[in-house]
Ligand binder design. Structure first.
Ligand code: B12
Length: 220
């Protein structure tokens, strides 16, 4: 009989070996063993992706590894999400995040990793992908009653769209309703302060920590 521990290890190993098929299979097994999906993500998949992320930061692994790891994790999350009841999604959700890369910018790898890590930590994430128009961020945030709008930019030329978003929220009287968290290669804490963003995250781990802080403040 397969144990929970074995399935969690298989989930982690599938991400570490960039194997989407094995990840989806292990996720199906997690479902049949009735393993809590959040546990499967946190103690299985996310552990694998964190290991890859650590090695990437040390220069031991490269970009394609991150992409393939994120792909495997997403394949498994897709299976797990399909089996999470509405109630369990609601009760495990730490908050709702709308995430996207700004208009004119097609870089989405960092965004996907941030999205996966937020999901892995119990957030409900609506991914708008790359090249997202300012008004689409706002419309989606309204539609899903978001807590946080998370915005990525990888180019100095597209960073100003982050400022546009904050100004558009201000103009619509919605600035107090949504926390705006920003990040991406050229984005800095200084830029976040300058444009009046709620928070900045350097990487996916920090994005999770910051998002949790935002929610803790909000729920006080
Ligand atoms: C991969 C890549 C591409 C791929 C993108 C594939 C994809 N699907 O994303 C391709 C080949 C398509 C590409 C295209 C281009 N690219 Co490019 N690309 C890169 C590269 C090499 C890596 C980016 C990346 O994915 N890093 C890995 C991820 C995991 O890291 P990350 O994105 O930084 O994300 C992490 C953090 O930043 C943070 N984070 C990211 N988003 C968010 C959001 C929030 C809310 C938070 C909290 C945190 C957070 O967490 C993430 C995970 O830890 C960078 C160079 C570099 N070293 O950054 C250039 C780079 C970003 N590209 C650049 C350029 C110029 C281009 C092109 C214009 C090239 C061209 N002349 O055609 C086009 C862009 C077209 C467009 N309109 O967008 C420049 C930008 C320069 C600038 N102006 O600032 C860079 C810096 C290269 C360079 N040194 O010149 N690119």
């Amino acid at each position: 009989m397969t144990t929970e521990k074995e399935v969690l290890a298989r989930l982690k190993d599938a991400v570490l070996s960039y194997d989407s098929e094995a990840a989806a299979e292990a996720a199906k097994e997690a479902v049949s063993l009735k393993i809590d999906p959040v546990k499967a993500i946190e103690e299985g998949l996310a552990k694998g992706l964190r290991e890859i992320g650590d090695k990437f930061e040390k220069g031991e692994l490269y970009l394609p590894h991150l992409i393939m790891g994120a792909d495997a994790m997403e394949a498994a999350i897709h299976v797990l999400e399909g089996h999470m009841s509405k109630e369990s999604l609601e009760s495990t959700s730490r908050g709702t995040v709308v995430i996207g890369t700004v208009e004119g910018d097609i870089h989405d790898l960092g965004l996907r990793i941030v999205g996966s890590m937020l999901r892995a930590n119990g957030f409900k994430v609506h991914d708008l992908g790359f090249n997202t128009k300012t008004l689409d961020f706002i419309q989606k945030a309204k539609d899903v009653n978001a807590d946080i709008i998370a915005v990525s930019s990888l180019m100095t030329t597209t960073m100003p769209f982050m400022k546009d978003l904050i100004e558009a929220l201000d103009a619509a009287g919605l600035r107090g309703k949504y926390s705006v968290m920003i990040g991406g290669g050229p984005v800095t804490e200084k830029w976040a302060k300058e444009i009046g963003a709620s928070a900045y995250g350097r990487d996916a781990t920090e994005a999770v920590r910051v998002a949790k802080e935002i929610m803790a403040k909000k729920r006080k």
